[in-house]
Design a protein around this ligand. Structure first.
Ligand code: PMT
Length: 402
């Protein structure tokens, strides 16, 4: 029952593989999931809504403009209800429409309106699958954070042999379970220190220099690392977030405070993750009283001096922990990230393209490219918790090989 409490919205489009959706639904329910079905018009030519209603235990949603359906669980409520939207089978047509952002029928509208992660299980004739238009649509959807599961290869309904088969229901259920499962053992007993949030560099008693970090990425890492069995210390700049359960939190304001708090952890730190957006510079002088506006003087010069580089200092101590840095970049992402990996003596660096809207600073989602000296891992756009899980899986694997 590894999907107990999970809400899965299964979107079925019109392909012959739709007949497998009855078994898929039953298997998802066997794992404890609550499954609701949305069907396109074409899907109903391959499997009946009555069958899907019987196996899911809920009326099937198939009409965007049906007043009686909207009076029950309306499409916006359905979009919010889902923990995961699984599109299976996803036809070439559905993917093209998703890429273009159509909202003229229920299924694509729900996908646009939902904050839930979306997994696509393509199924179609192999020529349609390898067609450049379909491949380009898949690439674009993947880059927007959709997970692409499959297709499988083999004999197709039309007799052709090649890629384009819907993954078997058991494989799809395994992917759904893996998607939600946090392995409670992979960081068991490991001591992890995580920095999060912004720092504040005081100018005077009421003003400071800071940035837009909300702390959400670092707090997500702390929550998931703790669930993976680690002892977690979270060194946090000023943020409005609740401390994750069973995580020890140290609150700081400035980069100098964070530097001191980080070095103080080194006796019992196996992995150090620097997710905080630390100010590189601070005002040389902090005025004792509020800086007053000067009559007749239109400019004000503030001299800034360099802050210590926290992760570089942590990585330079004898018996240094396994160090994971972040690199927030707006251009030349790979080059700058690899430079930081080397310069700061980190084992891994997670590059964040903060020029893209909808990810990075103060947003709900993120996407990362993680570099070691020899490898590269892409984590596509997803909620910060999903990104944290994937990043920690990479860290755990690399840490175990060090
Ligand atoms: O907090 P959120 O709103 O969720 O946003 C998340 C995030 C965008 C802040 C996060 O994902 C991220 O990218 N954090 C790093 C931000 C940053 O300041 O990057 P940087 O490229 O300037 O710094 C590189 C690395 O050195 C970082 O690991 C940073 O923590 C570390 N550093 C930087 C300066 C300094 N004086 N000491 C440091 O340890």
């Amino acid at each position: 029952m590894s999907l107990r409490g999970k809400n899965i919205l299964l979107g079925i489009s019109g392909g012959i593989a739709a007949y497998k959706c009855a078994e898929l639904t039953r298997r998802l329910k066997d794992q404890g999931a609550d499954v609701r079905i949305v069907m396109t018009k074409a899907a109903k030519a391959f499997i009946t809504p009555l069958t899907m209603q019987a196996v899911s235990g809920h009326a099937v949603a198939d009409d965007l403009l049906d007043p009686s359906a909207e009076a029950g669980m309306g499409h916006i409520e359905l979009a919010k209800w889902a923990d995961l939207i699984l599109l299976a089978p996803a036809t070439a047509n559905l993917m093209a429409r998703l890429r273009a952002g159509f909202a003229d029928e229920l299924l694509t509208t729900l996908c646009l309106a939902s904050p839930a992660p979306i997994a696509i299980a393509p199924a179609m004739n192999m020529e349609m699958y390898i067609a450049p238009a379909t491949q380009e649509n898949i690439t674009v959807l993947a880059s927007r954070g959709f997970s692409i599961w499959g297709p499988g290869e083999g004999v197709q309904a039309c007799g052709d042999i090649g890629p384009g088969r819907l993954l078997e229901p058991a494989d799809l259920v395994e992917r759904v379970v893996n998607f939600f499962t946090v392995d409670k053992q992979i960081l068991a007993g490991v001591n992890i220190t995580i920095t999060a949030g912004p720092t504040q560099e005081a100018l005077d008693p009421v003003r400071y220099i800071s940035n837009h970090s909300s702390g959400k990425m670092g707090f997500s890492l702390a929550e998931i690392a703790q669930k993976m069995g680690a002892h977690v210390t979270l060194i946090s700049g000023p943020v409005k977030l609740t401390t994750p359960k069973n995580v020890e939190r140290v609150d700081i304001l400035s980069a100098l405070d964070m530097h001191q708090a980080s070095l103080a952890q080194l006796d019992c730190c196996d992995i150090f993750i620097a997710c905080a957006a630390v100010a590189d510079y601070r005002p040389e002088q902090v005025a004792t009283h509020k800086i007053k506006k000067q009559q007749g003087i239109d400019d004000l010069t503030i001299k800034l001096i360099k802050n210590p580089d926290i992760i570089a200092d942590v990585a330079s101590v004898e018996n240094a922990p396994f160090c994971v840095g972040f690199a927030a970049e707006t251009q030349n992402i790979e080059r700058y990230a690899l430079d930081k990996l080397k310069r700061k003596k980190c084992q891994l660096i997670a590059a964040n393209d903060v020029a893209k809207s909808g990810q990075g600073f103060n947003s709900e989602k993120n996407a990362l490219t993680v570099f070691s000296e020899t490898e590269r891992f892409d984590i596509t756009l997803a909620t910060k918790k999903v990104v944290a899980k994937q990043l920690l899986e990479i860290i755990a694997q690399q840490y175990s090989q060090k």
